[in-house]
Write a protein that binds this ligand. Sequence first.
Ligand SMILES: [Fe+2]
Length: 173
Amino acid sequence: MISGEFKESLLNIYHGEQFGEAFYATLLAEADDESEKVILAALLQLETEGKARVRPFIVKYGLPAYDNPDSIAGGVKTARRLVNEAWQSKFAAMVDIIKEQGLPEYEGLWEKVCPEEDPEAAELAKFVGAHERVILEVCENVVNGVPNPASPLDDFLNFPIGADSLMSNKEQK
Ligand SMILES: [Fe+2]
């Protein structure tokens, strides 16, 4: 039996993915540098895949599966505040948001499920915790100037957007 607490947290997480999609899409729209665009697109992909992974459970538990306009507006607003910040400062701000708000909620989902009773929900909880950890890793990589900062996503994503995703000018012709 899945608890009300689990469902409530899962819906917050589902809305968090919508916030994240809007957030990265807004930053992407303002980006000029080609390698920065690929990193932001990979993070956007991560949020889209996160949303897709959670959605069947949202439907299963009778929760609202449509996009929440407030979450999307929040993502756009937060990104707009960062648009004029330097590249690394943007990611420093993301690290703070993830540590303060993301991780407690996403990793906390695991505490709200009994793996013996509901192995599928436990798998999902494990996934969302790993999802938030990998975003944190990428954001910290950018802050610390690690080369190819989004490379942890290459294995995590089902449909990866890696550093080599962009065709060279010659290939595009
Ligand atoms: Fe996310």
